[in-house]
Design a binder for this molecule. Structure first.
Ligand code: SF4
Length: 315
């Protein structure tokens, strides 16, 4: 028999964002749905688990681009620097990816995710029968097509093909480091040593915002790099690449940034702990996580159908 899976407190950038956006949503996602993957779990828990796994169309589209890029770079890494890089048409790769989107879209619309919410895509828009016009779906497909094209045209594969096998540091790997007594999770898109002890960390984006590599997510990556890869702040390069816009920007970091990131994570963990009825056992009760519905915040939330406060507001 395997060890019992326990719900332990941890920290990640996305967990922090959920905590900040709505305490009730945070409760549903990290506590209410826990164990809902089991067919023997209570129906309410199973329902929360299903809802937790729904994705907005934007998250879905961004996730597909990340998967395509990660698969391409996994091939580059496996081939090593001696093998010639096979040419890939960005146009064809873009069309191939959009064909995959169509298949997943149809599967989501069929409701198959209700049987297996973790493995089968369920879109929030389908689950809530939202009215999204054809032009919006086509615009989404065009964003993905363009992002894949920009990836292949941007020379990223060629650049990474020159990286020596021992210099690859991360490629969508889930990595962790301890802080304030809990594991902090990071999942960098790609990171490698560029020479002279410098580490480059790249974050792919697919939205409309021009690249700004100064945010918290990259600061957390920098903190991980400093603590786990033994580099100084001056040796860390943070690069945000917006594949949708075909634009990128780079920033450095400094010791003060890393101290600030560490303090911000510690404060966030403390705030999460304060909400628990038992912080040792990471036990929470829903009454300690108030829902404050507000249309802009609630619209992308997958838990609308179970949130009484939202139901009340919508009446
Ligand atoms: S519907 Fe609104 S208030 Fe309710 S959990 Fe979601 S974001 Fe929070």
């Amino acid at each position: 028999m395997g060890a019992e899976l326990r719900n332990r407190l941890s920290w990640s950038h996305s967990r922090h964002e959920t905590f900040r956006s709505c305490l009730r949503r945070y409760y549903y996602h990290y506590y209410g749905s826990w164990g809902g993957w089991s067919t023997g779990a209570p129906p309410e828990r199973r329902r929360l688990y299903l809802l937790k796994n729904l994705k907005s169309r934007y998250l879905w589209a961004g996730g597909i681009v990340h998967e395509v890029v990660a698969a391409a770079l996994t091939q580059v890494r496996a081939a090593g620097e001696t093998a010639p890089l096979p040419p890939v048409s960005g146009e064809e790769a873009g069309e191939h990816t959009v064909a995959r989107m169509r298949r997943e879209f149809r599967l989501s619309r069929s409701g198959a995710y209700r049987e297996d919410p973790r493995r089968v895509l369920g879109l929030i828009e389908h689950h809530y029968a939202e009215s999204v016009g054809d032009a919006a779906w086509q615009g989404l497909a065009e964003t993905v097509r363009r992002s894949v094209r920009h990836f292949y045209a941007g020379g990223h594969r060629e650049r990474l093909a020159r990286v020596e096998p021992g210099d690859w540091l991360a490629l969508e790997d889930l990595q962790t480091f301890p802080l304030a007594g809990v594991p902090v999770y990071v999942k960098m898109d790609v990171a490698w040593r560029v020479g002279g002890g410098t580490v480059r960390i790249v974050d792919w984006k697919t939205g409309r915002r021009p690249p700004q590599p100064g945010g918290r997510q990259l600061a957390v990556y920098a903190l991980y790099a400093a603590e786990q890869w033994g580099v100084t702040p001056a040796q860390i390069e943070l690069r945000e690449v917006n594949l949708n816009l075909g634009d990128e920007a780079q920033a450095g970091t400094c010791a003060a940034d890393l101290v600030a990131a560490r303090e911000e994570i510690a404060a966030s963990i403390a705030a999460m702990r304060e909400r628990l009825v038992d912080s040792e056992e990471n036990r929470a009760q829903v009454a300690d996580f108030p829902a404050i519905p507000e249309p802009r915040r609630c619209h992308p939330c997958p838990f609308r159908e179970v949130c009484p406060e939202y139901q009340e507001m919508s009446r």
